[in-house]
Write a protein that binds this ligand. Sequence first.
Ligand SMILES: Nc1nc2c(ncn2[C@@H]2O[C@H](COP(=O)(O)OP(=O)(O)OP(=O)(O)O)[C@@H](O)[C@H]2O)c(=O)[nH]1
Ligand SMILES: [Mg+2]
Length: 427
Amino acid sequence: MAGGNARYVRYIVIAFFCLVVIYFVSGTKYDPVPLNPAGAAPNPNVQTPPQQAPAEKPVGDAKKEKPVDKKPAPSVEKPDYAAMAMSPSDPGWDDLNTINKGPRMNATFVTLARNSDIWEIAKSIRQVEDRFNRRYNYDWVFINDQPFDESFKKVTTSLVSGNTYYDVIPEKHWSFPEWIDQEKAKKVREDMAQRKIIYGDSISYRHMCRFESGFFFHQEHMLKYDYYWRVEPSVDLHCDIHYDPFRFMVENKKKYSFVLSLYEYIETIPTLWDSTKKFMKNFPEHIEKDNSMKFLSDDGGETYNRCHFWSNFEVGDLNWLRSQAYTDFFNVLDKDGGFFYERWGDAPVHSIAAGLMLKKEEIHFFNDIAYFHVPFTHCPTGEQKRLDLRCHCDPKENFDWKGYSCTSKFFELNGMPKPDGWEEQAN
Ligand SMILES: Nc1nc2c(ncn2[C@@H]2O[C@H](COP(=O)(O)OP(=O)(O)OP(=O)(O)O)[C@@H](O)[C@H]2O)c(=O)[nH]1
Ligand SMILES: [Mg+2]
């Protein structure tokens, strides 16, 4: 009898053991984060493929091709994308930790930098990642007129949560075009040095401005993207970014955006408007009827009032910059030589193009993106806004409503009411 009991006990123990094994085998399974372009979990050390549509299949060797599967493809469930949380009452606003479910836009960050900018750009990247990109993992394209060194690549790749790409600028995009009179350009630099015009004596600054005006969007690794966000070394982001600015641009049909605007030094652009007028005359088909001329000119287009969007921050549409309209504009300016005979900046060039060739509602002011590039700050107006966005900027520093800013003009032109409290920040 004792032997029989022992057998029963043994059976019970074995059955229990089997149940435990089955429980653990099925219980340790978990649902992975869905691998839509949006959902890839971030692993800064793993280079995942870019988020764009896959490149076209290469034409294959017929013999090696698989037989065509005649069965209908299994239906793929469309991910149920939630609307973006734009204000604290929207669902998902408080979730600043998990990877955002998406969708992702076909977009990238872009930075033009020298190897020596490494620690200053590292600082900018860290803030962009902390305030936004660690939840979105967008790619980052770095561009340089010299090859990037290993240290630059190692540090930036470790900081960016998306993929990183490193492009060298082709010489023709960073040199004097053949129609430029080198002697004349040299005299201009000497004269500007005497007059102490900032960067007036610099050749590389001029190549930089011409490159940012006409070529960065044609760089090899930029070609696959539709939207860009420009980031410079030494900039600060002062508030959390709760929604995807790229997605905002796409969903609201925006093509260009800014956070700071101001007046350009006239000494650097004395004939830029003459060339612009030539362009308007020769290419009337490119001028948008419902444009922002009132932002650029106080006399109906006769003269330029020097207002421009500060281009060290931009989120914009690359296909617009690659359009025939923008190309024709840039070519007129480039032929006139003002990048070298004066010191035209890419900020007034982009701004005039956006102001004349885009519908006014296609230009967006990102009030929610608090930003600093020496010496100006955009810090959102309104205490509740700053608390909601967990900002750490000093509201007194906000440049938007001060006399040297053009942002009031942008608001007036677009019939936008200025936020409560703007008067207190006007001086
Ligand atoms: N590769 C490369 N990048 C440059 C060069 N000069 C400027 N840049 C980059 O071009 C962008 C604009 O240059 P900045 O020197 O910041 O010009 P700025 O913003 O007008 O002036 P700052 O007040 O000095 O910031 C930055 O992203 C720089 O890193 C250059 O000679 N080579
Ligand atoms: Mg700068």
